[in-house]
Design a protein around this ligand. Sequence first.
Ligand code: ZN
Length: 431
Amino acid sequence: MSISTRVDHIEFLGSTEIHRIQKKHLQRHLSYVAHHSPFYRDLFRERGIDPTALCLDSLTAIPFTDKQLLTTHCSDFLAVSPTEIVDIVFSSGTTGMPVALQFTEQDLQRLAYNEEVSFRSMEINSHDRVLLTCTLDRCFIAGLAYFFGTRSVGAAAIRNGLGSVASHRDVMLRLKPTAIVGVPSFLKKIGCFLLSEGIDPTESGVTKLICIGEPTRDLNMALLSGSDQLERLWGAPVFSTYASSETITSFCECTARQGGHLHPELAVIEIIDDAGNRVPTGAIGEVVVTPLGIQGMPLVRFKTGDISFLNDAPCRCGRNSPRLGPILGRKDHRLKVRGTTLYPTAIYTVLDSIPAIADYYVTVSTTDMQADAVTVSVALQDDSCTVQMIKESLQNQLRVGLEVEIVSNGVITAMLSAGNSRKINRFIDKR
Ligand SMILES: [Zn+2]
């Protein structure tokens, strides 16, 4: 996408006009990949696909691209000369080796535009100072994206990144940020640390919490108890944003805070069932993203592995662009327990609502009957809670009985820090 075509008002147009604009960008994108991406050029030729004849509905003629294909054919996705690459990030692959994703200058400008539109929809402007608690280095894209967004709306970025909570306290006292970007559990850690130091987070001047990496709402768009606690801790609203490195596209909540807006000039979203068929709007399925206007490693119909749903009703903010609901879980983390389907995030939500639980992880293995056996391991911070009480809470809210065991804080810490993942992994999959 040429940045000269930047049109912030698109999302306020009617849905017919939004579709027309999205179709135009999609056709331009398909024409680009057909001519420049070795992977898609070969795919289209093998399958006899004429990309210029496709529109939003007939996009289904193109097979999905998934992480496996991206891992095994990585270099075939590069659509420009290596001399045009200006930034390279790593994303987890399927072989244990991270996938190198390569971006051009135009891709980074597109990313800046994406975050600018997102930040504007949250009403962040040049009066704001935004504390970024996500790293800008380590070949990550998130920190860079939020730095670009902050800069593009003219706000001041405070790039304290993965600093300690003590360093964030010092930075906050000195520079008085008005918004913080970070993972909800880390924002909670900072808030609790401030409280322990006799500093009231609600008096800190922070008016917005921009939450990345973890969902903040449930299936019914109600705040999760952890997010509700976070809002009360800081006296500031939580805004959820969802993105993936492969698509370098983000979907951020507006001031109405009821799902992340799709920016129609930047992406096409489909929600699919296990058979790969599109599901009706509002139904739950895997999120498939076609990021539009990517130059370096363009993708078509990328299966994110994340489970969510779309809402295409007009938003209270006045935008008519569809909104992506909270991420309910990872497709490959789906659990089948005695006929009930659920995701680990639903278990986390229940555990987060029990104040006596200090920390936890969830283990799944396969029973002799080829079913999933789930064990919830929790560490308690006081004795106001028992195994039976936790079991009952899980049963009542999830409609399924799960095994629960109490373990020490040390066991949890050792389990959560095992492996070399960049993210805390509370889900131990032994299937
Ligand atoms: Zn809105």
